[in-house]
Design a protein. Structure first.
Length: 440
């Protein structure tokens, strides 16, 4: 097992977790057993990844900026990153709209199914909280206001404020450049060392990844919703899944044509991060692993990855944006067919793009984004609980899949930006025990 590649260990853990979960669903008290004795190991693993996310962004981004020696290089990287993220998000939304208009999954949902879903989920606290969160008064530039912290230590203490951490860190790194190399050297040495330590922590935490994904997937299986409702919504879920697959194919084309790398090799290198994204449904929790894979196993220079990946984890939601497009039109096909006009679909493109950028500071981003998109096209407010109830049953498995696309998109864009500025080199993988002989 020690010689087996990490992604195979994680895959085995996932498969065993799914099988174990199905076994536990047929055993009396199985669901409680998984919740009490298995799921905590998955929860601890996710907490460990979140624990090092802020220190990793702080150390990695400051090291990346201070290594540039030239602010104009940072401007070039930043501009290319934002433009590329916007383009990929627009393409993702467009793919979703084309697919859902061709397949029309909403035509297959009966009134009886809608009534059953409404009865099951309309009073669900998760649905209600998403509507309330999205209903808060938010101006068009509110996301810019939320990006700037008024207390750096408060931002560091909350993983949901990652954009604020990035803002402070960029300002700190640029200020280090401006005070001159000699004055900044003590700080630079500190953050260089901190960056190495945090990356070594990632290696250590990843030793438990196979066990953790076993626990996470077992919990997902035993808490699955009504299988009959899931079958009814299978066509809609299939349309979303097809769109996400097409988005992965689009990334592979970019990797082959722009980054000039083998797409299969790329997928193999990034697969541990993809599998963790699937298991945790969180780009932020997966960020430390994504950065480690992109830097050490793909060869993207830290000057690029330290900016592109943290920003991507907060504003680049290609998978989620594609899902918004499919879900919004699907809901309209079932509940509000008169709203399916061309101007509304253009509104969906614009709103989903802006929501993906501005939703980073909003908890439960996916469903909240959907409410914002539906409100933008004038969807009747009294139908909103039914609309969210309609897709709530399959939201968790689709959330797992779209997070994989989000993480893959971040890694792809980091390669493209690195290639464009001449910062895509040879991989230099490191293991947790590289220096073990020195200290044992």
């Amino acid at each position: 097992m020690k010689k087996m590649a990490l992604h195979w260990k994680i895959l085995i853990g996932m498969l065993l977790g799914i099988i174990f979960g199905f076994i536990m669903t047929s055993v009396s008290g199985g669901k409680e057993f998984v919740g009490d004795w298995i799921n905590p190991f998955g929860t601890i693993f996710v907490k460990l990844l979140k624990l090092i996310a802020i220190p990793l962004i702080l150390a990695s981004l400051i090291k990346g900026i201070s290594d540039l020696k030239d602010i104009s290089k940072f401007r070039n990287i930043g501009l290319r990153t934002i433009v590329t993220y916007i383009l990929t998000t627009v393409i993702a939304i467009s793919i979703g709209l084309v697919l859902v208009n061709i397949a029309q999954p909403g035509d297959g949902i009966s009134e009886e199914t809608v009534a059953k879903l409404s009865e099951t989920y309309a009073d669900n606290s998760g649905v209600t909280s998403k509507i309330q969160e999205a209903g808060k008064e938010r101006g068009p530039l509110q996301f810019l206001v939320e990006m700037v912290p008024d207390n750096a230590f408060k931002a560091f203490s909350n993983n949901g404020l990652m954009l604020q951490v990035i803002f402070f860190t960029i300002l700190f790194g640029i200020s280090m450049l401006l005070i001159g190399e000699k004055a900044a050297k003590p700080l630079k040495d500190l953050f260089d060392s901190l960056n190495d330590v945090v990356l070594k922590m990632v290696d250590l935490i990843m030793l438990s990844a196979p066990v953790a994904v076993f626990a996470l997937l077992a919990q997902v299986v035993v808490t699955a919703d009504d299988p009959e409702i899931l079958k009814r919504l299978l066509f809609y879920a299939g349309v979303v899944f097809t769109g996400l697959l097409l988005m992965i194919c689009f990334y592979m084309i970019l990797v082959a044509t722009i980054a000039k790398k083998n797409p299969i090799w790329f997928l193999k290198q990034i697969s541990p991060a993809q599998l963790l994204a699937f298991s945790t449904s969180s780009s932020a929790a997966t960020l430390p692993v994504t950065m480690e894979r992109v830097e050490e196993h793909i060869g993207v220079d830290k000057e690029v990855s330290s900016f592109v990946l943290p920003v991507g984890a907060t504003i680049n939601m290609d998978g989620t944006s594609l899902y918004q497009a499919v879900a919004a039109v699907f809901i309209m096909q079932v509940l509000w067919p008169e709203g399916l006009i061309f101007s509304n679909q253009l509104t969906i493109v614009l709103t989903a793009l802006l929501a993906s950028i501005g939703s980073a500071a909003v908890p439960g981003a996916g469903m909240v984004m959907l409410v914002i998109v539906l409100e933008a096209v004038g969807f009747p407010a009294e139908m909103m609980p039914i609309a969210l109830a309609l897709i709530f049953a399959v939201d968790r498995p689709l959330d797992m899949c779209r997070t994989v696309v989000n993480v893959t998109g971040d890694a792809t864009v980091s390669m493209i930006v690195a290639k464009s500025v001449g910062k895509l080199g040879d991989p230099k993988p490191q293991e947790w025990d590289d220096h073990y002989e020195e200290v044992k």
